[in-house]
Write a protein that binds this ligand. Structure first.
Ligand SMILES: Nc1ncnc2c1ncn2[C@@H]1O[C@H](COP(=O)(O)OP(=O)(O)O)[C@@H](O)[C@H]1O
Ligand SMILES: [Mg+2]
Length: 292
């Protein structure tokens, strides 16, 4: 697509009427955290869900976007009825504000596409429409958590590249560590200039978490010259599985269990006065920019 065509599309999707009418905010305040992992099944969705609830409980407006196109499951994780998902937004049959579900905990959930919708398979028009609709979330929320697919596929990289922070979730297993490193490497090689943080999930002890983080941080520093931040850890806790089976969130079902306490520590580190610093322009606009 020609440059002028893309610009015209963008002008069109920016016209009033494409968006929910909300009062303009003087400055962008939203922080986007892309929750990623090299290996699948390491706990991303649980981390994203529980972080968003805790951030919301802390007085922040939070949106949680299920961007695991293909294996979207956040709505299943907490047993919420959805009115539509991102595939409808892509198809143009629903607008974002029609599919956003306000969870009782104050989090705005955007359900992921149930079918195989790949950003890279969309037409430029569909991509711009999707990302432009999503950019509305930045006006209404201080935090946007994006639950990404595992691995280093093009969709993940697009979402991650625009985020203020990529939170790389891994377990202490060597295969998960290797894949986490591969993700950090690809992000770095592609010039990602946001913050990369590592969260070690399902650890037996603080020492194990520390050693795992250190291993990843050392290799990243030596071979990629990149600083990887320590987001902390979540202990292996049977309550996580129980919450998943009950289709409830861990932090609301078992607020005092060890894993919930770890989640709270993680969120404390990321709160507005904490380590996370947002970039000047918006997340989804940056993602759109990456395509043009
Ligand atoms: N800290 C933990 N302790 C025990 N089990 C966990 C923990 N974190 C995740 N799990 C288990 O791993 C499963 C996969 O987690 P999930 O968040 O769906 O991973 P992902 O989104 O990375 O695929 C969960 O359903 C749960 O059974
Ligand atoms: Mg998941």
């Amino acid at each position: 697509m020609h440059e002028d065509q893309a610009a015209a599309l963008r002008r069109m999707v920016n016209r009033p009427g494409w968006h929910r009418q909300t009062s303009p905010q003087p400055e962008r305040r939203s922080r986007t955290i892309a929750v990623c992992s090299g290996k699948g099944g390491v706990g991303k969705s649980n981390v994203a869900l529980n972080m968003s609830i805790l951030l919301s409980a802390g007085g922040n407006r939070v949106a949680l976007v299920d961007a695991d196109m293909g294996l979207a499951n956040l709505d299943v994780l907490i047993d919420v009825e959805i009115l539509g998902d991102l595939s409808h937004v892509v198809a143009g049959t629903k607008r974002l504000d029609e599919i956003v579900v306000d969870l009782f905990c104050g989090v705005q959930l955007v359900a992921g596409a149930s079918g195989l919708v790949r950003l890279t398979n969309l037409s430029e028009f569909q991509r711009i429409r999707l990302l432009d609709e999503l950019s509305q979330l930045e006006r209404d929320n201080e935090f946007i958590l994006v639950d990404c697919a595992a691995g280093i596929g093009p969709d993940v990289l697009q979402f991650a590249a625009g985020a203020d922070m990529v939170l790389v979730v891994t377990t202490p297993e060597p295969t998960a560590i290797t894949d986490a490193y591969a993700l950090i490497k690809v992000l770095t090689r592609r010039g990602f200039d946001g913050q990369i943080s590592v969260l070690i999930n399902q650890v037996d002890s603080r020492q194990e978490a520390r050693a795992t983080y250190q291993r990843i941080a050392d290799v990243a520093r030596r071979f990629l010259s990149v600083r990887v931040f320590d987001a902390g850890y979540v202990t292996e806790d049977p309550k996580v599985r129980q919450a998943v089976r009950r289709r409830e969130s861990l932090v609301l079902a078992y607020p005092q269990c060890p894993a919930s306490r770890c989640m709270a520590e993680l969120v404390n580190k990321l709160s507005p006065n904490g380590a996370l610093v947002g970039r000047k322009d918006g997340f989804f606009r940056r993602v759109v920019g990456l395509f043009s």
